[in-house]
Design a protein around this ligand. Structure first.
Ligand SMILES: [Mg+2]
Length: 201
């Protein structure tokens, strides 16, 4: 199977770190379990200016480099690859974070995996559109995947029109109210993805 794997909050504990940064920057204390909206501006009750500062912070090299790994992520990805699946990381992070993102993967012992940046949320445009790690929406729409693993409701909206695939919704507080399409199944942690061979595609 060709498997799309998201990065933030599937491989990395990004929202927990943003919650910590929001507390440090703005004295806003929203525990992880209470991050009910994927829109962190809404979840953290931030002004536009505070939100921009937080997101700039989130993409600081040091912040990205220091993100904790989601428990079981490396073993889970390695297991899928050992089962003969083709794993591809498709992140919504801006293209300018590609080097640090791939550095994080290496640092955390992930095998070499094809890596692409896709503007899933309409948030950025690529400064260098010849970078092979840029996946345009057009190219993405033309690419078939058998299985998707993502956490963000906005990404799920992007995927829900696809029918010949299975979509694993990586359980997070902000996607618990998301209405699952027929192709979607909630998974709690990487342990639950261990039995991916049994997933109907
Ligand atoms: Mg994500």
């Amino acid at each position: 199977m060709k498997i799309y794997v998201d990065m933030d909050d599937v491989l990395t504990e990004t929202a927990r770190e943003l919650s910590r940064l929001a507390a440090e920057f703005f004295d806003v204390h929203v525990p992880y379990e209470e991050i009910s909206a994927f829109d962190l501006k809404q979840s953290f009750h931030l002004t536009d200016e505070q939100y921009l500062r937080l997101m700039r912070g989130a993409h600081w090299k040091g912040v990205l480099e220091g993100l904790p790994e989601t428990p079981g992520a490396r073993e889970g990805v390695a297991r899928l690859m050992a089962q003969g699946h083709e794993v591809i990381i498709v992140t919504g992070r801006p293209l300018q974070t590609a080097d640090v993102s791939q550095g994080w993967l290496r640092q955390h012992g992930f095998p070499e995996i094809p890596f692409f940046c896709l503007d899933k949320y309409g948030r950025w445009t690529a400064a260098n559109d010849s970078d092979p790690r840029l996946l345009t929406r057009e190219a993405f729409d033309r690419t078939h995947f058998d299985l998707f693993i993502d956490d963000s409701p906005l990404a799920l909206d992007l995927l829900k029109e696809r029918t010949a695939c299975q979509i694993l919704v990586f359980d997070r507080p902000w996607n618990r109210a998301y209405p699952l399409a027929a192709t979607m199944r909630r998974v709690i942690g990487w342990e639950a993805i261990g039995a991916v061979d049994t997933v109907r595609v």
